[in-house]
Design a protein around this ligand. Structure first.
Ligand code: GLU
Length: 309
């Protein structure tokens, strides 16, 4: 049997919050309960939003909780900003298959706001440009680059959410793999890196479930083996909003002032269905009895008492 290899793949764009921690804990428990290995990869593709200081801080926060890793972390080659040559090689591989085209649409600028939310453009008019037109537009503006998706429904079975399918052309459309400023897109980098790092299991937030068919298609186009996926619930504020890095009340700084590592893990373990109560517990103790079948599928509303410090 192959050893499970999981990963933490945080973007250092702010201090970790309770929701990030919830996903990180489940990734850690899933791997450690199976005697596997963990990679910590720093997803700092966006030079504007990401800062090294956040990466150092999140490693320190994970260590404080007792969530350790076996590879990556401070190692420079595990930071996406240092892995551009691998993304360029994958880009070439796709280009040689005729799957990549330049896009001159301005909406791509929205990628700057949130790397994996606003990137869908079902019918990009740039897909049909002639060579002449591309040359004319390139003189005026640096293009971004999209991949041409097939008319195909991709399906897979998520370890937690069950069967999931997506009509790539209709529900997603040709998507960008490189921004006009040269930054590599999350979708390409995550596939290249998980494959290169030998990751066999991806545990991450449910917000990325709808990105998975795109990624599975990229694995196939690049001739790579896809990992298994577990998309875990998101944590919501009592008003139904997703917790975000700007919710300072639930960021690690505030949480560390209020709770010990064991108290915080107890709260998270209860939310994850691993304990009936929020009794303090260590990560190592939780790994002994970790059970995916007890993890809820639906998003979890955080108690108002936790939000009020
Ligand atoms: N870096 C992404 C984030 O922090 C996670 C990507 C992934 O797990 O695939 O939202």
């Amino acid at each position: 049997m192959t050893t499970v290899k999981g990963r933490f793949a945080p973007s250092p764009s702010g201090r970790m919050h309770l929701g990030n921690l919830f996903s990180a804990l489940l990734a850690w428990l899933s791997v450690r309960s199976a005697g596997g290995r963990l990679v910590l990869r720093v997803e700092d593709l966006d030079p504007i939003r990401c800062q090294p200081a956040y990466a150092w801080q999140l490693m320190e926060d994970l260590e404080w909780l007792g969530l350790d890793w076996d590879e990556g972390g401070e190692t420079a080659s595990f930071w996406q900003s240092n892995r551009g040559n691998l993304y360029a090689a994958a880009f070439e591989q796709l280009r040689e298959q005729g799957l990549v085209y330049p896009c001159f649409c301005t909406r791509i600028q929205r990628l700057n706001e949130a790397p994996h939310v606003h990137e869908v453009s079902p019918a990009c008019p740039c897909a049909g440009l002639t060579g002449e037109e591309v040359a004319r537009r390139s003189a005026l503006r640096t293009p971004s680059w999209r991949v041409r998706v097939p008319l195909e429904t991709l399906s897979f079975t998520d370890g937690l959410q069950g069967p999931y399918r997506q009509d790539l052309a209709r529900e997603c459309g040709d998507f960008p793999i490189r921004r006009s400023d040269g930054a590599w897109a999350y979708q390409l980098a995550v596939v290249v890196d998980d494959a290169a790092m030998g990751v066999t299991q991806v545990v991450r937030g449910r917000d990325l479930l709808s990105s998975t068919p795109r990624q599975l298609w990229l694995y196939r186009a690049l001739g790579l083996t896809a990992p298994e996926f577990y998309h875990v619930p998101l944590l919501l504020a009592p008003d139904g909003r997703r917790l975000a890095k700007r919710d300072a009340d639930l960021d690690m700084g505030a949480l560390r002032r209020r709770f010990s590592p064991e108290e915080l893990l107890g709260l998270l373990a209860q939310m994850a269905g691993q304990q009936d109560s929020a009794a303090p517990v260590t990560a190592a103790r939780l790994a002994e009895t970790f059970d995916w079948s007890k993890v809820p599928r639906e998003d979890i509303t955080v108690g108002a008492s936790l939000l009020r410090s």
